[in-house]
Write a protein that binds this ligand. Structure first.
Ligand code: PBG
Length: 332
């Protein structure tokens, strides 16, 4: 005897066909951006231990990789340099070297794969001995916001001149989007986009990335603390406020980072702006899925796809993910 039910939602789940027809959210290749690490040298490939499948590449290999990514349908890459420790100093001087590793990489990629969108992080952490995103104030008690912003504005213009399509300030200093926009425009780079890391939380999930770029190399025992500039993971309203400010300051796109643990923030920012919203599935989110799957505890492909679908469903137009290449290949 069947129970008398007016609504039977399971009717729409009874076969793969109907499930496909009513699926609301899809992750597309065109949503994805692949982060890439670049190192000095020739034909060099340096595995990142905590990120299986991800290698830092010398420029020649990086250019080949970018060509492949373009061919499989990836539209953009975010580049991160792992520079020699000898080039680092307290003030991150190397960030303003017109012939730095990242600028050489940008020029080489643009030459071979001109249609690929190149994104450069604007922050000092790959360049400072202490691994902070800015320079310190006189008393060495904190990063000096305004002095750092001035350097970031110059850095952004230098990268735009080098050929990047988007600059992505990831430092969380106050007023940096406005300063960067002003500096870009003054130098005629009116078409360079700003992808603002608007809601970047002081997260424990960045440590594999810090291993990759060596920003924690002298801090083996105490984790690098960026809490005077990155957001408190407990603060939602403050994150929304940051997003509003970045929009007012001239950001073209807003980003939430990490992604998977901050889907509520992502959805709220999505609902409060008409700008495209990006989400960064960070290194630790990747490592976590990988480690569990290597233990046989989780299914890599299914967890990968579900994690990205959740980010898309929460409202991301653009997803930065170390899984981008794998996913694009699986969608081919
Ligand atoms: C630094 C920066 C970080 C990431 C991107 N840019 C780390 C940090 O703030 O220390 C993290 C990315 C990742 O974990 O994948 N400006």
């Amino acid at each position: 005897m069947k129970i008398d039910l007016q609504r039977r939602p399971r009717r729409l789940r009874q076969s793969p066909g109907v499930r496909d027809l009513v699926q609301e959210t899809f992750v597309l290749k065109t949503d994805l951006i692949q982060p890439l690490f670049v190192i000095e040298g020739k034909s060099k490939r340096q595995p990142i231990e905590s990120m299986p499948g991800i290698d830092a590449l010398s420029i020649d290999l990086l250019v080949d990789e970018c060509e492949l990514l373009g061919n499989i349908g990836i539209r953009g890459v975010a580049l991160f340099p792992r520079i020699d420790n000898r080039l680092k100093d307290e003030r991150g001087t190397e960030a303003l070297n017109p012939d730095s590793l990242i600028l050489k990489a940008i020029r080489a990629i643009k030459k071979r794969v001109p249609s690929l969108i190149l994104i450069a992080d604007i922050a000092l952490d790959p360049y400072t001995t202490h691994g902070h995103d800015g320079i310190f104030n006189k008393r060495q008690t904190d990063v000096d916001n305004d002095a750092t912003v001035k350097i970031l504005a110059q850095m952004a213009t230098l990268h735009a001149k080098g050929g990047v399509d988007w600059v992505a300030p990831s430092d969380m200093m106050d007023g940096r989007v406005r300063a960067i926009r002003h500096s870009l425009d003054k130098e005629g780079h009116v078409d360079t986009c700003i992808l603002a890391y608007s809601a970047k939380f002081a997260s424990a999930y960045y440590s594999p990335f810090r291993e990759a770029i060596g920003s924690n190399f002298h801090k083996k025992n105490s984790p690098l603390c960026k809490r005077t500039y990155q957001l408190n993971p407990g603060n939602r309203r403050e994150a929304l406020q940051e997003a509003v400010l970045d929009e007012l300051e001239g950001a073209d796109m807003l980003m939430v980072k990490p992604a998977g643990l901050y889907l509520d923030i992502l959805r709220e920012i999505r609902n409060n702006t008409h700008l495209p919203v990006a989400a960064y599935q960070v290194s630790g989110e990747y490592s976590q899925i990988y480690a569990a799957s290597q233990n046989g505890w989780l299914d890599l492909t299914r967890c990968r796809d579900e994690s990205l679908l959740a980010i898309k469903r929460a409202g991301a137009d653009i997803i930065l993910s170390y899984f981008a290449k794998q996913v694009a290949l699986s969608l081919s």
